[in-house]
Design a protein around this ligand. Sequence first.
Ligand code: AG3
Length: 308
Amino acid sequence: MSPQGVAGNVRLLHVDGTVSMSTDELAPGKWFTEIYNEHGSAFSLKIREKIHQEQTPYQLLEIYDTVAFGKLMTLDGLVMLCGLDNFIYHEMMTHTALFTHPDPKRVAIVGGGDCGCLKEVLKHPEVESAELIELDERVTRVSEKYFPELCESNNDPRAYFSFGDGIKHVREAVNGSYDVIIVDSTDPVGPAVGLFSEEFYADCLQALSTDGILIVQSESPLFHMKIITSVRTNMKNAGFAHIATLDFPQCSYPSGWWTATLASKSIAPTDFRVPAESAVVPQTRYYNTDIHRAALAKPEFMKREFDT
Ligand code: AG3
């Protein structure tokens, strides 16, 4: 149940060790809550105020100012990102793939309208073009306004924007046009369903160059193991040689634990590049070589699922 709906007092433990009770804490409008109905749980953020709301041609887009997690963007009531922890997701969705490719020059980002992945991709000096293909232009425009830190590289001459259907865009791409494709999608519901399909992954395979890498956000290992295994099977059936699921914390997403699944045409995911000390190394807050290696290690329950 959402905090708004909880009757009675809230017990507040203060830093000095004292405890007080408050009913005001439960006042409607003080909290944003995403309820994970199927999983009997929810995630709430205390908010100062809602600062934006619009129905775009595709979805309900809202921005909140939260008390402790920075700005929060939601689509149709689901958390897309918040200021506090989005760096983990964006760095793991990008640097893992770019360091697996030997020389990533041409990168496509499908979805990711908030530009968080784009910013990370452009930190790699060898990247010559990074194309963002987002269905809903409003996500990008609103992000420019409320998440300027994610959009700081949008004027980089290597950044290209296409607003439209990413599935069609990849299907119609010239064979071998990209070295890396990053799929920063929403959950597999509505228009995003196709982004989890074998057909789409087969189109990605075609659109990728010889050593091409595809990476997709693949939901929670605790809540969505079926989605993860189906993503992996679809990638394998589409013809990718190697598949690896990487995991990382993401406290604002369902269960707080998230994955990205990487598919490679030729290079083994364990053979990723370790940036040379002399090279321009992207400045990151989460990603590093040890984190990359650790994210490839798999807990027993995942290994068992993946072996079958
Ligand atoms: N991409 C992943 C969103 C999935 C979150 N799911 C949820 N809250 N139920 C977000 C876009 C970040 N660039």
